[in-house]
Design a protein around this ligand. Structure first.
Ligand SMILES: Cc1cc2nc3c(=O)[nH]c(=O)nc-3n(C[C@H](O)[C@H](O)[C@H](O)COP(=O)(O)O)c2cc1C
Length: 188
């Protein structure tokens, strides 16, 4: 698979086999992640890998409760109320692995760097026939002080990009993309 093929083949996968992701595969994904560019080459990304199903369920349940509690203030969450109230709904879609990309210190550049690392990781996963999905739903719970402590992130740090990884049971159909909206193309 070349880069362009991986860019177009990658999908947000939400249906996984129980098969665990092997440690050498995780290492390969992390190696891809840290090849990303970063502001002043600071490489601020830090990684936590969660492969314990009970822990993932605990985070998922806590995330759903947090999101629902926030629902009154956040109308975007209201759209997901039915899904979030389903006891069997797991925000990590029962993927075997969650790779949490965080930064030791919050800053807009550091967060951008972490997202660039996340995209590298997702493209490398796609090349290795793995599925991935960013889980924005998890951000609130993963940034709670006690969870940051569990993930060994310092109190001033932040979780930026939670990415589930696993072997897809089914692949979703491509989601349509709008044509690029070019605002300006300034030429001599
Ligand atoms: C920042 C971010 C947060 C996301 N959060 C979630 C999420 O919480 N749950 C989920 O199922 N998908 C989530 N997604 C996946 C998007 O819904 C998905 O990427 C989008 O629909 C386009 O589909 P594609 O990735 O297959 O092209 C997230 C994606 C991004 C970039």
């Amino acid at each position: 698979m070349n880069v362009m093929q991986a860019i177009t083949a990658r999908r947000a996968v939400r249906d996984y086999l129980h098969h665990p992701v092997e440690p050498d595969v995780i290492q390969m994904l992390l190696h891809a992640a840290v090849q990303a560019p970063s502001a002043r080459n600071r490489q601020p990304w830090r990684f936590a890998i969660v492969q314990d199903a009970e822990c993932l369920k605990r985070y998922s349940d806590a995330a759903k409760a947090l999101l629902l509690a926030d629902g009154d203030r956040n109308p975007k969450v209201l759209a997901y109320r039915d899904l979030l109230t389903q006891p069997q709904f797991n925000i990590f879609y029962n993927a075997s692995t969650l790779i949490v990309i965080g930064v030791e210190e919050r800053s807009p550049y550091a967060e951008a760097d972490a997202w660039l690392a996340a995209q590298n990781l997702m493209l490398a996963a796609c090349d290795a026939d793995l599925g991935t999905c960013c889980i924005g739903f998890a951000l609130g719970v993963l940034n709670l002080p006690e969870v940051k402590q569990e993930l060994h992130l310092p109190p001033g740090g932040a979780v930026v990009a939670p990415i589930i990884v696993g072997y897809p049971r089914t692949m979703p159909a491509p989601v349509p993309r709008a044509e690029p909206q070019v605002m300006a193309w300034i030429r001599p």
